[in-house]
Design a protein around this ligand. Structure first.
Ligand code: ADP
Ligand code: MG
Length: 243
């Protein structure tokens, strides 16, 4: 039997320093059903600070449902889910407010003191210096997604949740965004959950690749990530064929 978890979940237990990085996300037996159909059928998952986890799965497998739960956006989940309070979500659609300039979008909702300076710094980090006063409608798809990343970064997230963030971008822009994202994550070291159905993206970016199938997570531990990056691991091809 599982118990109802609150919509907003408390800070994950922090381990003492010296050992491995502290656990930032801890999910135990997390379940979610829609109309009696179980989409998440008992998710167990830990993500440590600084760890970049990619979650693969077919369309409709429940990836976004799990990400929304971790974002604290789903009050109806069951089980135990601990996530840090400082978390940021980037969706496929950058969700910029069209009537606010780029910098105002980035700092939206932050305490005024120092926010604009931090916002400018975040825009510089994603390569958008000079676009502070631009209107969102004038940005390219890649630039808008950079602004969405800046909006996440400026909140100094302990947990960064990315739901197919580059799915709407052309291939070259996507490659550039991969390099940017990996670089930002190496520097800021949040715990990262990247939801994607792009196997190449997962293998390229993540420290650990998970697959969501039939409501459960399987660790793709058999996949040798360096070999998969060189495309010399045959299980990589199997995984591609599977999704
Ligand atoms: P993915 O992100 O892996 O493509 P989703 O998490 O969006 O999958 O959806 C998983 C399943 O849950 C789908 O069958 C979808 O129709 C269903 N689902 C998601 N959200 C709702 C909702 N609010 N109401 C009813 N069914 C939903
Ligand atoms: Mg989805």
């Amino acid at each position: 039997t599982s118990t109802k978890a609150p919509a907003t979940v408390p800070e994950a237990a922090q381990e003492t320093s010296g050992g491995p990085e502290p656990v930032s996300v801890s999910a135990r037996s997390v379940r979610r059903s829609f109309d009696g159909r179980e989409v998440l059928a008992g998710i167990d998952l830990d993500i440590r600070r600084g760890e970049f986890v990619a979650l693969l799965g077919r369309s409709g497998s429940g990836k976004s449902t799990l990400l929304r739960a971790m974002a604290g956006l789903d009050p109806a989940i069951e089980g135990r889910l601990l996530v840090p309070r400082r978390r940021s979500v980037v969706f496929q659609d950058p969700r910029l407010q069209p009537w606010k300039r780029v910098l105002d979008n980035v700092v939206l909702g932050l305490p005024r003191q120092g926010a604009r300076d931090s916002g400018r710094a975040a825009l510089a980090e994603v390569g958008l210096s000079g676009h502070e006063r631009a209107w969102p409608a004038t940005l390219s798809g890649g630039e808008a997604q950079r602004a969405a990343l800046a909006r996440a970064l400026v909140r100094d997230p302990e947990l960064l949740l990315l739901d197919e963030p580059f799915g709407a971008l052309d291939a070259l822009t996507r490659l550039r965004m991969h390099a940017l994202l990996r670089d930002l994550c190496d520097r800021h070291r949040p715990a990262v959950l990247l939801v994607t159905h792009d196997v190449d993206e997962a293998v390229l970016l993540a420290d650990r690749v998970l697959v969501l199938t039939d409501g459960r997570i399987s660790l793709a531990r058999d996949i040798d990530l360096p070999a998969a990056r060189q495309r010399t691991d045959p299980r990589f091809a199997e995984l591609r064929a599977d999704l």
